[in-house]
Design a protein around this ligand. Sequence first.
Ligand code: ACM
Ligand code: ZN
Length: 738
Amino acid sequence: MKLFSFLAALLLPVVGANASSLESVLVPLPVSVEETSAAPVVLKVGPPVIESWDESLDIQTASYFFTAMKKHFGSDELPLAGAKIIFKGGFYGDDVYGRTGGYWLTIGDGEIRITSRTHSGQFYAIQTLLQLLPRTPDANGEIVLPPCKIRDYPRFSWRGFMLDSVRHYQSPEWIKKLIDVLASQKINVLHWHLTDDQGWRIEIKKYPQLTAKGAWRSHIGFGLKPEQSSYYDADGNYGGFYTQEQIREIVRYAAMRGITIVPEIELPGHALAALAVFPQLGCTGGPYEVGLKGGVFDDVYCAGNEAVYAFLEDVFEEVVALFPSKFVHVGGDECPKLRWRNCPKCQAKIRSENLKNEHGLQSYVIRRMEKFLAGKGKRLIGWDEILEGGLAPNATVMSWRGATGGIAAAKLNHDVVMTPNSHCYFDYSQARTGEPNGIGGFIPLDRVYKFNPTEGVPTEFAGRILGGQANLWTEYIPDEKHAEYMIAPRISALAEVLWTPKERLSWDNFQDRMDAQYARYEAAGFNYRKPDGVLIRAVSGGVSFSPDLKDAPIVYTLDGSEPVADSPRATAGNYIVKIPEGATNVRVRARAVLRDGSLGRLNERVMNLPKAKVISTLGSVEANFPERAADGSRTSIYWGDRVPHPGDTVSAIFDKLQHAKRVRCITGKNENGGGGDRLVHGVLEMSEDGTVWRELAAFEDGIAEATLPEGTRFKALRLRVTGRQDEWLVVREFECER
Ligand code: ACM
Ligand code: ZN
């Protein structure tokens, strides 16, 4: 009921395709959709008549067809009688440049004809047909499909999605649900992150301890509350794993849907769960524990120990038998070299193999694994750090730290999958405020739609770019509903930019077609992010609104009060609102007016903040620089690059004296304080001159705040660490309420 009323608020009724808007329900958009002069196809309730010419339809596809149609119509009574459904082999556009999945779908003159040489092409034709079919017949009990000819094939051969099942486990049932959604968007690779510091999730028959022990940690970790997940064993250990039987079933289910599962077994770093089980495989010999927090751990496989290679080869022996995928992912990212520098075995290996240094040793590990995998008929793929110290001869690079690594690899004639954290990291938030707790970073839907895997790649090397991929790291995503929210609708934008020819891409047109896609997420019970927010962008002299729901009017306030129906409005074509000159600390709050007149979620942004410099005694993790702790947004974070020690400080120094009724400092992974990486022992302090400091309040559950007496003036605020803690430090914001 609740879902339906929301849909009614958001969407115009979607009643399948009509002659003028065939394309308007299709995501991703096909290569070409042509209306023809054939007679429309009129379907009635009754079983379909399916013909297979040149025996092109296999039993599995036929069985999938019936399953999918029954699910679509929510009934065993299929309204598919009245036309012949024909499967036919052959299509010249298939397999062009190795991109399988092309098809023709022709509707008219009593036929629905699917032409494709490959299983995946037939499967995609069925997906397109499903998108064209309404869920129920019209008032006459009929479904009328306009005559048309759809010609389609993908732009890229790698249209991927990575699921991190380590930081938090997901059930096999849910992974199948995910596969259904991915397949409906013509995604064809599920990159499955199965081992890492915080767990070993794949059963290996030769080493049962890997999952008996390594799949479990003592606590949910990441500063999360135990009740945020239900994956505990009888002794209260947190985690889980996939048996080989479950994996085979998931691989089969995915293959039926045109999806290849690429397994990732991380090496030489991100290996703490394995080391916890086999401490002799680390440089120091341990003891080690399955990780409870994120980031990068110094303890990695000892690259000087032959037993490590024997172990990894045993593991990969079983992995390659489980996954038919040509590619096997070996991680390769974020491997600190500290232990190797101090390890006699590692240093001996560097000498005996004539390697330059520890980077050479990393390269040696990857080359050795590549050779082993090649012997099994497999191709190695790894994160872009595998470029460091020299790329293995046939390795494929997955470029995540921007596109630079990918471009460099392409120029060396290596294959590349682009997954830059500027566009493809689905663990980043979808809006600046009002989002679930996340890892920091900000990638809204329109940013994903701007992703172009070949951008910056010289034309002669563009063919090396196999495609792109979105990654869902799950540190702060402990449950499956939350994962769904992070995946959809962004996966639709990703799918379209990887499938549809570049010259057909249009953000404007995509937004229109997404109405139909939202209805499909709704029908699938997939917890997509509703398009009911407003992005508030800073522009010269004011702000500009971008509603999630195209052209929705916006109600807003500039005085911090709640926007209501009769608040000032901004409308399509004029979304820019000026902020009075000289006004500081202006809290802009806005809501979209949805199609039924109700108001969407509240978004806000503080503009014209007093200028402040933020100085920290810690460095920063990636682009989470100190100034993000005084940028008016709790969503953007400053993230210190190590555990804070007593005496460490983070200070916001204003360029003019400030006044405020109340001041506050928010730390931790939760937007409203607390969670992982919060300040455990510390105080908030104030200074009039930037040198003499006065204590205002102690931190409690990540927040410190204080009311200031009238007339107080201050030049700076700072947090000072007063005790030891295990976790790193996230400072979300210094806030001043005037
Ligand atoms: C990565 O995000 N460390 C590949
Ligand atoms: Zn070592």
